[in-house]
Structures are given as C-alpha cells and as structure tokens.
Design a protein around this ligand. Structure first.
Ligand SMILES: *Cc1c(COP(=O)(O)O)cnc(C)c1O
Length: 379
C-alpha cells in the first residue's frame, strides 16, 4: 500500500472561498477588476492596520513594483538579505540593478543589523554612492531585528522594502510585520500561510505610491479614451476571482496562524531536547506565525547523523521536507554580487530542515514525522 504524500505546506481552504468565487462568476466580474479586489485590499489594510494596499499577481511582482516606485535603475545597488528565497532579489535584476547581499544573525536568522551597517559604509566607500533601497525579509514568519534595521536605514536615509511574504499575521511589539518599512510585501502563493492560488500585495502608508502601483500593474494606462502610455507598464494585477479566494482565506488567517504555531510547539516538545537538535526560539517582543517549522541538526552532537539523513528517511516514507533556503550569495546566478557574510546563513543551509507544517497537516502524519526523526537519530 502506498500512503498518500505528506506535503510541506499545502493550501487549506476555510469554506467561504468558493462562495466568493461563485459570486464573481454570477456577476461576471472574472477579470482583474471588480468588487472582490477592492474588498480584499480593504480587509488586508484593516487586518494589518496600514493605510493602503494594492492586490497584485504575486509577491515577486509586489517587490518589483516597490523597486520601480523607489526609482531603482540600472547601475544602482540594492541591499537584500542573503538568506531568502530568490523572489526577494530577482526583481533587483529585472531593474538591471546590482544586489548586495547581507548575511543573517543567529537570534532571528534574518538580516544582521551590524553587518548591514558595515555593508552600507563599505558600499559608500567603494562606489561613492548610497544603496538605493534595502530589502529585509522575515523568514519562516519570524520577525527580523526590525527596529535596529529601521534605525540604520533612517540614519542613512535609505528606504526599506519589507518582504513579509512568509510573515503575514506575525507581529513585533504587537505591530504587524510588513508595516514597519516604507513599503511592505505579502505573498498568497499556494504554499504560503493563506493563498489566492497565486497572488501578492504591496502595502504602504504612502497613498501616492500605492496608486502608482495599481497604475503600473495595469499596463500604465494614462487617462485618455484610447490607450495612451507615457511609462512602461506591467500586467501584475490580481484577478477578481483570486481576490474572492483571498477574502475567504482572510476569514481564517488567525486560525491558520494558531494551527501553524501548534505544529511548532508539537515538534519542539517531541524533539527539542534531543542532543544535536535545535529549534529557533521566538525572539523577544516577537510573535512568529511559524509558517514553516524548521530545525537544525548538528552532526557533531548526533553521532554523525545529518539533516540530509533525516530528509531522505522522510522522503522514503513519502513525506516532503526541505533544506532551508540556500543563501543568495552562494547561488550560481548571483555569484558575482557583492556580499557581506559571516557564515551564519551557510551553516543554517547546511544543518537546517523545514518539516511538514501545513495548517491542515493530520496529527497522525505529524506524529509519524517525529517517529521517523527519532528513529534516524537513534542509529
Ligand atoms: C514566496 C516568497 C516570495 C515571492 O512570492 P510569490 O508570490 O511566490 O512571487 C518572496 N519572498 C519570500 C521570502 C517568499 O517566501
């Protein structure tokens, strides 16, 4: 008998989504305009306590538009966390600008503020120019040291794009992630904490910027009876159908956060005291959405068992797990980019594994994951 595959993070509908989608069909609002888009933007703004929101086709599109709005062009440099998914930094390359990667700290696994300061000063010295923007990421839903990073950015007068693609619902000192930077980004891709099948959003307190994002996302059509363009535009708007899914998902978001956090608590309770197994504690003042539960395996303390041994044992049982993000400064496509590294993200990549973390993960599957890991560690 082959057991059904256990996924890392699969879509989890709440129940109301299909109703909103049917409504879109019944009213023939099936294009990238319509009432669900407006309502989805409103509910996202309200949930995050932020002034303005543009619903877009992906998180990557949101980062791309943020860079354009901040005037990033060919020859500019943009600082970005190295320990992230390529969606954070590919848009820098779309703009023919140069990414400058900054490594992580050990307390959040996100951008190290001291290294950020060093990077800014060194770029100033080497190029005579300030980086045009900073993209900071809250990986796996754990808040970065956002206050320290914002202080540095303000002191140097460099705008911050906050990539909260994995961090919807997480907070720092009670304030939602994605609302600290000049612009914030969310993703509703299929594996994120909530999904619109594919989608994203750009948020800001700056209304003009969000209006500009909507304009650019709909092919930059100037006000005229014919199609008139004085700028290059993009086809980046979310469809009204997907926005309908998003409205249903927002109704269960806080429940999804609770379920994901429950996965984390279960895994840490079962595995957290084993030698060589480490889970990242929640940093001070932080509330993580624990989008994915991640652990580190230190072979020096496990008698040589590596995270790859565990990944392969899970795979043999048809259970999906995945190494942590491979740092961008080690990616072939970004190998020539300037980078400021301290070894932290490379070690996380070597030792880290994301465990099945869906909000709809059956408890029996979760227990099986734990049993397999315990067995591998006993060998
Ligand atoms: C998913 C993700 C993105 C990109 O979002 P898409 O909607 O898939 O384009 C960007 N940054 C991070 C950190 C992500 O995890």
């Amino acid at each position: 008998m082959t057991k059904e595959k256990v996924w890392l993070s699969s879509p989890h509908m709440g129940g109301e989504e299909a109703k909103f989608v049917t409504e879109a069909f019944d009213t023939n609002w099936v294009s990238p305009v319509g009432p669900h888009i407006v309502a989805f933007e409103e509910v996202l703004s309200t949930y995050n306590s932020i002034g303005h929101c543009a619903a877009l086709s992906s998180g990557t599109a949101a980062i791309h538009l943020a860079l354009i709005i901040l005037g990033v062009k060919q020859g500019d440099e943009v600082i970005c966390s190295s320990f992230t998914f390529s969606g954070s930094c590919n848009p820098i390359a779309y703009q023919l600008a140069t990414p400058v990667f900054v490594d992580s700290d050990t307390s959040t696994w996100n951008m190290d503020p001291d290294l950020l300061e060093q990077a800014i000063q060194d770029r100033l010295k080497k190029t005579g120019k300030k980086p045009k923007a900073i993209i900071i990421v809250h990986l796996y839903g754990t808040p970065a040291r956002i206050e320290a990073i914002m202080d540095i950015a303000k002191r140097h007068n460099i705008p911050v794009i906050e990539d909260a693609a994995e961090a919807l619902g997480a907070t720092y000192k009670g304030k939602k992630l994605g609302t600290f930077g000049d612009l914030g980004v969310y993703s509703f891709n299929g594996n994120k904490i909530i999904t619109t099948s594919g989608g994203g959003a750009l948020v800001s307190e700056n209304e003009a910027w969000i209006k500009k994002a909507r304009f650019l996302a709909t092919q930059a059509r100037d006000a005229a009876p014919h199609y008139l363009h004085s700028e290059i535009g993009y086809n980046y708007r979310l469809s009204n159908i997907c926005a309908g899914i998003g409205r249903g998902q927002m109704m269960v978001l806080d429940e999804r956060v609770r379920q994901r956090r429950d996965n984390f608590e279960f895994y840490t309770r079962e595995l957290g005291t084993l030698p060589g197994v480490y889970f990242l504690p929640e940093p001070e003042h932080s509330f993580s959405n624990r989008w994915l539960t991640t652990l580190l395996i230190d072979p020096a303390q496990t008698g040589g068992v590596t995270r790859e041994d565990i990944r392969l044992a899970l795979e043999a049982a048809n259970i999906e797990s995945r190494p942590l993000w491979k740092p961008m400064h080690t990616q072939p496509v970004f190998k020539d980019a300037p980078s400021y590294v301290n070894g932290v993200s490379e070690k996380l990549f070597d030792q880290g594994l994301c465990l099945p973390s869906g909000s709809n993960l059956p408890t029996a599957d979760r227990s099986q994951v734990v049993e397999i890991i315990k067995k591998v560690l006993k060998k």
